[in-house]
Design a protein around this ligand. Structure first.
Ligand code: PLP
Length: 294
């Protein structure tokens, strides 16, 4: 997604009074250099980010994304973001996505090495066409994440619940999935539990029960999954967080990978074994996910 708009942010302290933060924003050319070569985001992947889906200029679930940004900042010992300032930056960027679907990306980096402050910016881009994964579905493979289900608690410095800029492992997992003739991956723990996709959450249906892996095991709490579970519960369905053993995957009556821009992609096969596709539920999930959500 090539950015068509970029805004540098001069971050204010979290306890600064609310107001108009326009003076702390600077529009920059998205195709021109904007970062110092000493930036720790580029040198070490030391920073955090969020990607917010946008539909017809409406940024989706901004509150949930900002809450997760603040959570990631806490885990990474970054200054607490001022949510009012970020909200205004998101609104400014969202209108630049153009009509249809787009994405606003928020980045908070530790800044320039030995520098005084973090570096912060947002970008806006048009979203790729996701019709094919949403309608035809995706084949996935399970990949060992190399950690057990106690790692997040035992080793918080692994930053497992934070959405950090260090996505090289996640991208390598996608390349490995492609090598195995699949479209995407599901990370699993070395002791046999389902985690998440490299850029998505896992949602399964067993009978009339919707299930997602319990958080606290080193996965991100997905804003799309939270919103979908709220929607399912509001319409009387059962939606639960559970420890999901890997061998339960092939017993699922339907499975999806869900995320902010691709939305709900039905899984058609896991490790080469076909999974039933619930086309009706998928279409209704994506209709809901494309409706304006706050
Ligand atoms: N898990 C990981 C590792 C992700 O990178 C993402 C999104 O990029 C998600 C889950 C899904 O999060 P969301 O629904 O907020 O996009």
């Amino acid at each position: 997604m090539a950015a068509r708009f970029a805004l540098m942010i001069d971050p204010v302290p979290a306890d600064a009074e609310d107001g108009d933060f326009a003076a702390t924003f600077q529009v920059v050319d998205p195709s021109a250099p904007a970062l110092s070569v000493s930036e720790l985001s580029t040198q070490r992947g030391d920073g955090i980010f969020e990607t917010i889906g946008v539909v017809d200029s409406h940024p989706q679930e901004v509150g949930a994304h900002l809450d997760r940004l603040a959570h990631s900042a806490g885990l990474c010992d970054l200054p607490v973001p001022h949510l009012g300032q970020w909200r205004q930056a998101v609104a400014r960027a969202a209108v630049e996505c153009g009509p249809g679907e787009g994405a606003v990306k928020l980045i908070l980096s530790r800044g320039v090495e030995h520098g005084p402050a973090p570096t912060a910016w947002v970008t806006a881009a048009a979203a790729p066409d996701n019709t094919v994964p949403r309608t035809r579905g995706i084949r996935v493979v399970t990949l060992d994440r190399g950690i057990d289900s106690g790692a997040a608690e035992r080793a918080p410095w692994l930053l497992l619940g934070a959405k950090t800029l260090s996505y090289a492992v996640n991208m390598a997992a996608l390349r490995e999935a492609h090598r195995r003739d699949a479209d995407d991956a599901i990370f699993v723990t070395s002791d046999g539990f389902v985690l998440e996709g490299p850029t998505s959450s896992v949602v399964l249906r067993f009978g009339d029960r919707y299930v997602t892996p319990a958080t606290g095991t080193g996965i991100l709490h997905g804003t799309t999954q939270i919103s979908l579970f709220d929607h399912l519960r509001a319409s009387g369905r059962t939606a639960q967080y559970e420890a999901v053993p890997v061998d339960a995957l092939v017993r699922a009556d339907a499975a999806w990978l869900v995320s902010s821009v691709r939305l709900a992609a039905p899984v058609t096969a896991i490790d080469g074994r076909a999974i039933p596709v619930d086309a009706e539920a998928t279409a209704s999930f994506n209709r809901y996910l494309l409706s304006p959500r706050d």
